[in-house]
Design a binder for this molecule. Structure first.
Ligand code: S3P
Length: 438
């Protein structure tokens, strides 16, 4: 058993106010646009996670200077659209699909060659979804059968395209828009379902002309980015574990402060409300163009639902947590239309189904989802498959399990949620390093 195995046990009712770390999607983008801008960008609320630090380290290798006045802050000394310097070093994205796919778009338009690599999980994730449309724009990228490493040949003359991605993916859209900054003519992305629009809103804030509406974005190459300060909201996807935890532990009452409430992220709230949850949004306000607010969650008994298909893309990272809510809810929850879960940091349908089965939950795995019969959760030893969101979801399951849940391979929680264990225990979890059996 490695040191990063956890044991999660029933704690007390969850009570208190917490702030979760900064949004991962916004933090990656703020670094990239800050780097390509003219002037100095001050980022506050930056996620000090391994994923976003990997992106900062790559941009540093490419000649961008960063200062860290305090944890959660970065001052980015922009080098301008054409100011990056090439490097023959492998550019290591770690575990981060967002880092790799967005950087593929950004680097496709540079004058120099680059090689993007990732960890064992990222090295198995599909990259053709970005390299194919980038090739249509004129980029030259070699991959290992559609998987990392990505060898990006510099000096390509990119031209804009109009592209309809086959899957709803903010990463695909963002990669193309980043390449579009360097392309001749206009680059347009028309999505099968609207996805998070942080790339579009940040481009606008950095002064790049862009037309966008839900599901559509269009820009032209040849403009410039001007530095602007970025306030990163707290990450809804990190809040999700505590939202579900407070929904399922009797007697809980939790406030999560200043959470980003971009409508393309909050499908979990709609899903839990359909299941009977008691969640209120208070202090709603706007920060840096994004809606934020406090979430106040009180325990309420949940019941199963057939999840409406149209909320699936709006809660794509929250499914592992929802599986736990469904395992506790009375009756059957049916999840369909979520095949994308199979190509995340792990195959999240299989990871959750196998883990919940080990805990005695009745669950049928479907190609694009699962049918989960709620009831009681038992103790078990489960494997997170090195996937941060699987590890945190089973930490929540342990709160209501009849015996401890031991979760193997939790180190990658640091990719998105540094400090999770301390924050969780402060709220009433009983989460500890697992003691190896003799
Ligand atoms: C992200 C988009 C989503 C999400 C990921 C972050 C982004 O991925 O799962 O955690 O920042 O653009 P897809 O675009 O693959 O759906």
């Amino acid at each position: 058993m490695s040191r990063m195995d956890w044991q999660s046990r029933t704690g007390r009712p969850l009570h208190g106010e917490i702030v979760v770390p900064g949004d991962k999607s916004v933090s990656h983008r703020a670094l990239m646009f800050g780097a390509l801008a003219e002037g100095v960008t001050h980022i506050r609320g930056f996620l000090e996670g391994e994923d976003t630090r990997a992106t900062a380290a790559i941009l540093g290798t490419l000649g961008v200077r960063f200062d860290t006045p305090a944890p959660g802050e970065r001052v980015v000394h922009g080098v301008g659209l054409h100011g990056l310097r090439g490097s023959t070093d492998n550019l290591d994205c770690g575990n981060a699909g967002t880092g790799m796919r967005l950087l593929a778009g950004l680097l496709a338009g540079q004058a120099f060659d680059s090689t993007l690599v990732g960890d064992a999980s990222l090295s198995q994730r599909p990259m053709r979804r970005v390299t194919d449309p980038l090739a249509l724009m004129g980029a030259s990228i070699d991959s290992a059968d559609g998987k990392p490493p990505l060898r990006i040949h510099g000096g390509a003359r990119l031209k804009g395209i109009s592209y309809q991605p086959p899957v709803a993916s903010a990463q695909i859209k963002s990669a193309l828009l980043l390449a579009g900054l360097y392309a001749e003519g206009s680059t347009e992305v028309i999505e099968p379902h609207p996805t998070r629009d942080y790339t579009e809103s940040m481009l606008k804030a950095f002064g790049w002309p862009i037309e966008y509406s839900p599901g559509k974005a269009k820009l032209e190459g040849g403009h410039r980015l001007t530095a602007v300060d970025v306030d990163v909201p707290a990450d809804f996807s990190s809040a999700a574990f505590f939202i579900v935890a407070a929904c399922v532990v009797p007697g809980s009452n939790v406030r999560i402060k200043g959470v980003g409430l971009n409508p393309r992220r909050t499908g979990l709230l709609a899903a839990l409300e359909l299941m009977g949850a008691d969640i209120a949004v208070e202090n709603e306000r706007s920060s840096g163009g994004e809606d934020i607010g406090d979430l106040v969650i009180k325990y309420a008994p949940l019941h199963g639902v057939a999840l409406p298909l149209d909320i699936v893309p709006d809660m794509i990272d929250e499914f592992p947590a929802l599986f736990v809510a469904a395992a506790v809810a009375e009756g059957m929850t049916t999840i369909r239309g979520a095949a994308e879960l199979r190509v995340k940091e792990s195959d999240r349908i299989a990871s959750m189904a196998n883990g919940l089965k080990a805990c005695g939950v009745l669950i049928d795995e479907l190609p694009d989802g699962a049918m989960i019969r709620g009831g009681s959760i038992g103790g078990a030893h489960i494997d997170s498959h090195g996937d941060h969101r699987i590890a945190m979801s089973f930490a929540v399951a342990g709160l209501v399990a009849s015996a401890p849940i031991v979760i193997a391979d939790c180190a990658n929680v640091a990719t998105s949620f540094p400090g999770f264990v301390a924050l969780a225990n402060g709220l009433g979890f009983d989460l500890s390093d697992s003691v190896p059996s003799a």
